[in-house]
Design a protein around this ligand. Structure first.
Ligand code: MN
Length: 228
């Protein structure tokens, strides 16, 4: 059947050690999932239920590289995050079964227009323009669980121009990965191809044109972007 506009392309992420790719369906992101980051954002890090926001799937930047400084902001922030890639979906996935839905993991940066986010919070408005803009989700190649095992602990770090800005451990998440998967699946049906950004440790901050941002997670490799 003819399409009246060009058929949108499904974005894909490379897989470490394979010629195959991971097609991206949806992107879910967890807010304030490390207590030290919740505190630096002026929030109480008590274990309230996790909350989520989304990014459109076509904002991924596979492998990182050059990122154009986005319009309409004067305060672009980095957030280093573990990204979980799902091989199986479902509704009401029990915590005890959630790990079986993971295809693999990647290193991601949840780029954020912090000024627009602050304005949205003040006015009780949605975060879409703060979080879901073009090129707002650089992501490394995915490492399959079959190669790296389940990642429940390990260092996560980020540097800007060689200066370390963030360092945490995956074990510090307020809600761990199985709990996050179980929780989201209580609201929507998850599916193969979904990505989940699992939150960032403390140390978020601004980046400007010319900055080189590198981040990594133990066992999952590194991701680098250059803001142009
Ligand atoms: Mn984030």
């Amino acid at each position: 059947m003819d399409s009246v506009v060009p058929v949108p392309v499904v974005p894909t992420i490379p897989i470490h050690g394979s010629e195959a790719v991971f097609p991206v369906r949806r992107i879910y992101c967890v807010g304030r999932n490390y207590a030290d980051h919740a505190r630096e954002m002026g929030m109480d890090p008590s274990r309230e239920p996790p909350f989520f926001f989304g990014k459109p799937h076509d904002v991924v930047v596979p492998g990182g590289g050059a990122i154009a400084y986005p319009p309409a902001t004067a305060n672009l922030h980095y957030e280093a995050e573990l990204v979980v890639a799902l091989s199986k979906g479902g509704r009401d996935i029990p915590v005890a079964e959630a790990s079986g839905h993971i295809f693999g993991y990647a290193v991601g940066i949840d780029l954020t227009r912090r000024d627009l986010q602050a304005r949205a919070k003040d006015k009780g408005q949605p975060w879409d323009t703060a979080k879901g803009f073009d090129q707002s989700a650089p992501i490394s190649p995915i490492t399959p669980v079959s190669l790296c095992g389940l990642r429940e602990a390990g260092a996560i770090w980020l540097s800007v121009n060689g200066v370390e800005k963030q360092r945490g451990d995956l074990a510090q998440m307020t809600w761990n990965v199985p709990e996050v998967i179980a929780h989201i699946s209580g609201f929507v049906a998850l599916a193969p191809g979904d990505l989940i950004f699992t939150g960032t440790p403390a140390g978020v901050g601004p980046i400007v044109q010319g900055d080189r941002v590198r981040c990594g997670i133990d066992g999952l490799g590194e991701l680098e972007i250059l803001v142009v």
